[in-house]
Ligand binder design. Structure first.
Ligand SMILES: Cc1cc2nc3c(=O)[nH]c(=O)nc-3n(C[C@H](O)[C@H](O)[C@H](O)COP(=O)(O)OP(=O)(O)OC[C@H]3O[C@@H](n4cnc5c(N)ncnc54)[C@H](O)[C@@H]3O)c2cc1C
Length: 527
């Protein structure tokens, strides 16, 4: 039997393993030499008050007790099993594939983008202001939108699936075990690619398939059931299609719309990315604590109602970089990522407000259910018009944005392609700009110094969530009108973030297994 011990330490003490073992031996009244293993099961920094505290939950194994078992996943061979087509190799598609393998079904993935190595080269081209590949960029390619990200693994939708199993799967494929106990786990853009590659290798080893540079252009149905897909002008006949194409695949929404496949408009969010010096955020959040060396780069999470709408920080990247997340040259779209050490001198965050159907009602007549998408596009195009060359992005100092002034210069920034001074407060729709401006004033009261001309806002953060839902039958998770078609992940409107998309992918795999089980009486895997 192991013992669980909860302790609260200063950041310096928490970083000292000897200190932990001394305290544990005292609390459990055992000799330090009898302790076989101390394993952290929960860790959180409490920075609400000075002095700062670190809360630790430790699992202690004393000599002669069996040590915890290594995390493992059983992936059987599925080379000759029933195939399931998956469109898109993002977290939803990859997790669906791995779970299908566990159920003895064969995933066949079609991915419009390239594998990690080739994709990295295409991303480097955007940074060098050279070119953008419409199918291989920050949004498209192996691992999906989250591959070159901060890799935050927090989700509000833990109830929608087995959150711990989703994290353990990442550890099994190479992530650091710390993600299992950190209160706000993250992986980092330098480590994510290796994990994604390991998942791909597993899928192939088990007899599944992944086809890169394979954009799916059509989904055919017959008598209310999915019948085949078209990728690279080739038809693939199938009973099952997992549609996990993410929210940047506008051509997929257009294709479904033209085929009169039911879609729904939904609320979403848009705004800017805001970037401060990391040192400023550390000072504010850690109350100038001398323990800074023992603490991670500080983060924040802010939310407020302004004129009846939520305004909030989103996808905060401490010690990170603002990245050009556009999918075509007519748009300026920004997002954020951080390496695992979160060591850059900048702290960036999405800073967005809710967009409701009434905001795009005027576009409904012309664009139908895709009106929200059109509004999103227009904002991205307006941002590009301000910074037309070389994938640069329009930016303004934060105080200037709030008080409606021109920024005569811009401070240093993490955004590699470069910034162009611009009056974001003028060209953004006022219902967005005015709420963001008011919210910054409110947030400055909670984080003194947040409203400063040392910080910038960069345009635009428009892809936080999808403006379109692909509706599912809540029981079977199939499209409401098309059997065998399983809309999944963020693009379908059922997830927002890496882990929630992954969990949704797993749920879809389970739904397909249940359906196939009825048809073929398969045996469920035993754990
Ligand atoms: C820069 C950046 C940083 C982010 N940081 C975080 C973070 O730290 N934490 C977090 O939780 N979330 C983060 N996100 C969001 C997160 O990445 C997404 O929520 C998540 O990836 C959604 O997963 P998904 O599988 O549903 O879709 P996606 O990841 O978008 O994957 C969809 C895949 O489908 C492919 N595809 C699209 N159309 C087709 C087609 N027609 N044929 C074949 N393939 C197609 C795409 O190429 C893509 O690979 C970030 C996003 C970005 C862009």
């Amino acid at each position: 039997m192991s013992h669980v011990v909860n302790i609260t330490l200063s950041p310096k003490e928490a970083a000292d393993e000897n200190k932990q073992s001394q305290l544990v031996s005292k609390m459990l009244k055992i000799k330090e030499s009898d302790i076989a293993l101390i394993r952290i099961i929960k860790k959180s920094v409490d920075a609400r008050h000075y002095p700062l505290k670190v809360n630790l939950s430790l699992e202690v194994y004393v000599d002669a007790e069996p040590l915890p078992e290594k995390i493992t996943f059983e992936y059987p061979s599925v080379a000759y099993s029933k195939p399931v087509v998956i469109i898109g190799a993002g977290p939803a598609g990859l997790y669906a594939a791995l779970r299908l393998i566990e159920f003895g079904l064969k995933p066949i993935i079609f991915e419009r983008g390239k594998d990690i190595v080739e994709r990295s080269k295409d991303i480097a081209q955007i940074h060098r202001n050279n070119s953008i590949d419409h199918n291989s960029n920050y949004a498209f390619g192996e691992g999906g939108a989250g591959t070159f990200s901060d890799g935050k693994l927090f989700t509000r939708s833990k109830k929608r699936g087995d959150y711990n199993r989703a994290l353990q799967r990442l550890v099994f494929h190479g992530a650091d075990e710390a993600i299992l106990y950190e209160a706000h786990p993250h992986i980092g853009s330098d480590k994510l690619p290796r994990i994604i590659k390991s998942m791909r290798e597993q899928i192939i080893r088990s007899g599944g398939e992944i086809h890169f540079s394979s954009r799916v252009t059509d989904i055919k149905t017959s008598n209310g059931h999915v019948s085949k897909i078209i990728a690279n002008n080739t038809s693939i006949i199938t009973d099952y299609v997992v549609l996990s194409t993410g929210h940047s695949a506008r051509d997929v929404y257009q294709m479904l719309y033209e085929q009169k496949i039911a879609l729904e408009a939904k609320a979403y969010a848009m705004g800017v990315r805001i970037e401060h010096p990391q040192e400023l955020i550390n000072k504010i959040q850690y109350h100038n604590s001398p323990d800074r060396d023992y603490l991670p780069a500080a983060s924040y999470s802010l939310v407020e109602q302004i004129n009846g709408r939520g305004v909030y920080s989103f996808c905060m990247c401490p010690g990170g970089f603002i990245v050009p997340a556009l999918t075509s040259q007519e748009e300026s779209v920004v997002n954020g990522m951080s390496p695992s050490h979160r060591g850059s001198p900048f702290a960036n965050s999405g800073f967005v407000t809710e967009i409701r159907e009434e905001d795009f009602a005027h576009l409904r007549k012309e664009y139908g259910i895709l009106a929200g998408l059109e509004l999103q596009k227009r904002l991205e195009y307006a941002a590009r018009a301000e910074a037309p060359d070389h994938y640069k992005a329009p930016a303004q100092r934060v105080s200037d944005f709030v008080f409606g002034r021109v920024s005569s210069s811009l401070p240093a920034s993490s955004f590699v392609p470069g910034l162009v001074e611009s009056r974001l407060d003028k060209w953004m729709p006022q219902f967005i700009a005015s709420r963001l401006r008011e919210a910054i004033k409110v947030f400055d009261k909670r984080m003194h110094g947040y409203l400063t001309n040392e910080a910038i806002v960069v345009g635009v953060e428009s892809r936080t969530s999808t403006p379109v839902r692909i509706p599912r039958n809540p029981e079977t998770l199939e499209h409401i009108h098309i059997q065998g078609l399983y809309p999944a992940g963020e693009g379908a409107g059922y997830a927002g973030g890496i882990i929630s998309a992954a969990l949704d992918g797993e749920r879809i795999a389970e739904a397909i297994f249940r359906k196939e089980e009825k048809r073929e009486s398969l045996t469920p895997p035993i754990y």
